[in-house]
Every structure is written in structure tokens, then in C-alpha cells.
Design a protein around this ligand. Structure first.
Ligand code: 5AD
Ligand code: SF4
Length: 483
């Protein structure tokens, strides 16, 4: 749990401390004083709207920034307009960028009515110099711009902006230190993501992540374990260990530690019930990890193993460092030790040069592995990545047609797998009230599948036994069984 006493102990007399996290504590307190005055002036509590695009990493970063702003005095609202609007951006595919510019147009009109409104942009898209330049030139009403490496400085940026009344743009090319001991505010009280490492060294040829999230850096195991123990003491029962490729966790530490070893240590934490992790690259998933997953009772029966393509030729061009055969062999090794595991994946359709034969290989792997579910993506050309410069970009109509065929195949298999478990009674973590029908509670099985069952919201956060009554393609309807 975050130590607010340590924060309160930082003095506001004199200059800001140079060392972190004290420096940020100082600015958080400074901003809090300002927010009190601002609340008096406006006669209402300050509000914040945090919009998060993209992956689990961004979700985690947003939790950290929400906590900083909450301490300062902002109350979170669901609406897209507030006194402080923060967009934590994604840039993995081009659509995400276009969405941001659309939102900015909308916010501009609101800012005309409320000039005190603050608009901030951060995250992966801000690590792209061309995008930052565009914001600098054409979006002067944006007050704060920062990247992925310095989100912990949010309070400092805000204070600088308030004092100078000018916009603050600060994007770092690479990460400096990993700053520990900042507050976090969880979306769910009972589950959360925990960063175990940052960055990516893999340079898959289509992917922009290594350019915007920098090189791999691992957190010390003691810091990770202490954080999880604190979370468990605060009511968390499920953690998702986060890294772009958790298989390379710990390699760059002074005292190297394997991910399998870390998993075993996390499994020892009393009171913790479920462990998930994301993502594991097929090129270096070790037998040691498979063993650890089999031995650790808290590790969920789910593995996300991005395939990207089933064609060895395309995988080579993607710089994925495995082949169709070695992927299938890995799946066989995993299933031998973990027969009940659910496998999910990511697949890109229409990578440059993808032929009908290459696509047939992807369909073949999908049929052989029988993934429980898959995220399918149309290849998006990201400027600056090697694939963007490749010849033979696949025409849009061809890609769309392949995409639909793939989706059809995946959905059919997914429904068959879901159907096959109807009648079983399984452990479910109850997570939230169903958005469409408030008499239902939505929960997740160990394998990450979703089930809706009648129940009271007081049970949210508990792990209960649920009988799976009916399959609806990719989720279940069920009923709680009293133990
Ligand atoms: N185009 C399409 N999909 C992509 N992904 C990453 N980069 C691209 C791109 N340029 C997908 C990959 C990855 C997931 C997070 O996003 O499948 O696993
Ligand atoms: Fe991108 Fe590949 Fe790194 Fe995943 S492993 S973040 S796909 S470069």
C-alpha cells in the first residue's frame, strides 16, 4: 500500500528535492494547495476524465496518473469533458491516432467555453516526433504533452504549467530511472496489473512499440513482491504481471532472475488467489516456465501466445524468430504439461507480401491449435518500422476478405470450445455488475472466459463456484452454486 505519511513528510519550504520520488511528492503537495484555491474560486470540486487507449501497460499507467490527480484533488468522472482531460494514447495501429485527433477537435469547442480546462496528452503516440510536431503547430489548446518514460512526473508538469501559464511539452527519447513508490489507484479493488518490466527489445518488423517504449528494463524482484504483498493486504486477489515479453524478465538485472523463478515467488504470497501474465513471446518460452506454471496452483489456466502469422516465410519477415513448426511444437509441449490450458493469440492479416498460401498456413495453425479466442488485426503500416518500407503491401480488399475468413474460422472454434464446458462447475472471480442487466454479475473463469450469473453486487471481488448453464458463443450464462 502506498505510504501517504512519507509523502506528507516532504516539506514545501524551499526548493523542490532533486531525488525521486520525493521530488514528485513535493509537486503533488504544491498542486494540492493550488487545487484547494481553485475549488474555492470555482465553488465546485475539480473533476478529471482519464481516457485510456491501447494495452494493459497503458491501463496500468493510467491507474498511476489517476492516483496522482486524485491526491491533488481531482474527482474522477465518466464523462469525456472535465476540468482535467487526459488522453493516454496508443499508436500500435493508425486508427488509434486518428481517434485522438477526432477527440481533440471535440475538446477544443469545450475549452472555448471553459478556459480553465486543462487538456493533457501522454503515452505511446507522444513518443512519435511527427505527432508531437503536429500537436505543437496545430493544437495550441493542448496544455500538457509528455510520453511513456516520464508519466511519473505528471504533478511536476502540471505545477509548471500552472505557474508559467504556458504549455508544457516534455517527451524523453529513452527511459532514465524506474521510479518506485508512487501512489496507484485501482480500477477494480480486487484485481490489478503489476509492471514487472518495461520496454521491448524484439523489434518485430511491423511494430512500433520498441521505438515508443524503449529498451527492456526489469524491476527488482523484491520491489515487485513487496508491491504485490501490499496489494494483497489491501484486498487484491488477482494480479496480472505485465511486460511486453515476460520471458525475458530479469535478464538485465544485476543479479539475473528468470520469469519462472519470479512466478514461483509470487505464487508463495499468502492471500493471493490468482496470477495471470501478459505477454509471452513464442520464441523464448522456456520449459522452466512451463514447469513453473504446472507447479504453481495460483497461476491461471490461460496463456496468451501471439502467433501473428502461421507462415514461416512471413514470420521471418516479421522478425519473430520462430517458424510454423516450432510454434506448433511449443504448443504441443505446453499442452503435454498443462492439458487444461486455454490458449489465446494475436494474429495480423495482410502483412506485406502475404500470399494466399501464407494465409492458408495461418488458417492451418488456427485449426491445429484451436485457440480459445484470438485478437485479429488488419496490418497497419507504421511509419519508421521496417515493414512500412517493404514492397508488396497487400491490397485492402484482399486483406478484408482474408480477415473475414479468419474471423469466421476463429469464432467457430471458439464457440465449440465454449460449448464443450457447459455443465461444469468452475471457480469464478465476480468482477462487476453487468452493464445491460443489473441483476447479473459478470465474472471470469480461470481461463479468462466470461460468465454472467444472477447475484448481488456485494459478492463482487469474491471467488465463487459457478455452474455453466449455457454457452452463447464466446461467453457463458451460469448460476452460483453455494459451497
Ligand atoms: N499492425 C497490425 N497489428 C499490429 N500489432 C502490432 N503492430 C501492429 C501493426 N503494425 C498487433 C500485434 C500485437 C498486438 C498487441 O497488436 O498482433 O501482438
Ligand atoms: Fe511489438 Fe514484437 Fe515487442 Fe510485441 S514483442 S511489443 S509485437 S516488437
Amino acid at each position: 500500500m502506498f505510504d501517504y505519511e512519507r509523502l506528507e513528510a516532504v516539506s514545501l519550504e524551499g526548493e523542490a528535492p532533486q531525488s525521486e520520488p520525493e521530488r514528485q511528492y513535493y509537486f503533488m503537495k504544491k498542486c494540492r494547495e493550488w487545487a484547494k484555491e481553485e475549488t474555492k474560486r470555482t465553488g465546485h470540486p475539480l473533476t478529471m476524465s482519464i481516457q485510456t487507449l491501447g494495452c494493459q501497460m497503458n491501463a496500468k499507467d493510467s491507474e498511476k496518473m489517476t492516483a496522482i490527480l486524485a491526491y491533488i484533488g481531482y474527482e474522477e468522472v465518466e464523462e469525456p469533458v472535465a476540468d482535467f482531460v487526459l488522453y493516454n494514447t496508443c499508436t500500435v495501429r493508425e486508427n488509434a491516432n486518428l481517434k485522438i485527433y477526432g477527440r481533440l477537435g471535440y475538446l477544443k469547442n469545450h475549452k472555448k467555453k471553459n478556459s480553465h480546462m486543462k487538456i493533457a496528452l501522454c503515452g505511446c503516440m507522444m513518443q512519435e516526433p511527427d505527432e508531437v510536431e503536429r500537436i505543437r503547430k496545430s493544437y495550441p489548446f493542448v496544455d500538457l504533452v509528455f510520453g511513456t518514460h516520464n508519466i511519473y512526473k505528471l504533478a511536476e508538469f502540471l505545477y509548471t504549467q500552472i505557474e508559467s501559464e504556458r504549455r508544457v511539452m516534455d517527451v524523453w527519447d529513452e527511459a532514465k530511472e524506474i521510479v518506485e513508490d508512487l501512489p496507484g489507484k485501482r480500477k477494480y479493488s480486487f484485481k490489478t496489473g503489476v509492471n514487472i518490466m518495461y520496454g521491448c527489445n524484439n523489434f518485430c518488423s511491423y511494430c512500433i512499440v520498441p521505438y515508443v517504449r524503449g529498451r527492456e528494463r526489469s524491476r527488482e524482484p523484491e520491489d515487485i513482491l513487496a508491491e504485490i504483498r501490499g496489494l494483497v493486504a489491501d484486498g487484491v486477489v488477482e494480479v496480472m504481471l505485465l511486460g511486453q515479453n515476460v520471458n525475458s524478465y530479469g535478464k538485465t538485472l544485476e543479479k539475473p532472475v528468470s520469469f519462472a523463478r519470479l512466478l514461483r515467488q509470487v505464487n508463495e504470497i499468502e492471500g493471493l488467489e490468482r496470477i495471470r501474465f501478459m505477454t509471452s513471446h513464442p520464441k523464448d518460452l522456456s520449459d522452466e516456465l512451463i514447469e513453473a506454471m504446472a507447479d504453481c496452483d495460483k497461476v491461471c489456466a490461460h496463456l496468451h501466445l501471439p502467433l501473428q502469422s502461421g507462415s514461416s516465410e512471413i514470420l521471418k519477415k516479421m522478425n519473430r524468430k520462430y517458424t510454423k513448426e516450432s510454434y506448433l511444437d511449443l504448443v504441443a509441449r505446453i499442452r503435454r504439461k498443462l492439458p487444461d490450458i486455454s490458449l489465446t493469440t494475436d494474429i495480423i492479416v495482410g502483412f506485406p507480401g502475404e500470399t494466399e498460401g501464407d494465409f492458408a498456413d495461418t488458417l492451418d495453425v488456427v485449426r491445429q491449435v484451436r485457440f480459445d479466442s484470438a485478437y485479429t488485426f488488419i496490418y497497419s503500416r507504421r511509419t519508421g518500422t521496417p515493414a512500412a518500407a517493404m514492397e508488396n503491401q497487400v491490397p485492402e480488399e484482399v486483406v478484408k476478405e482474408r480477415f473475414n475468413r479468419l474471423l469466421h474460422e476463429i469464432q467457430g472454434i471458439s464457440a465449440e470450445i465454449t460449448d464443450s464446458r457447459v455443465g461444469e462447475t468452475v471457480s469464478v472471480l465476480l468482477e462487476e455488475v453487468n452493464a445491460q442487466d443489473s441483476s447479473l454479475i459478470t465474472g471470469r473463469l480461470s481461463n479468462n472466459a466470461v460468465v454472467h450469473c444472477p447475484g448481488d453486487k456485494s459478492r463482487i471481488g469474491q471467488i465463487v463456484q459457478v455452474k455453466l448453464l449455457e454457452s452463447r458463443g464466446f461467453y457463458y450464462m451460469g448460476e452460483m452454486v453455494e459451497e
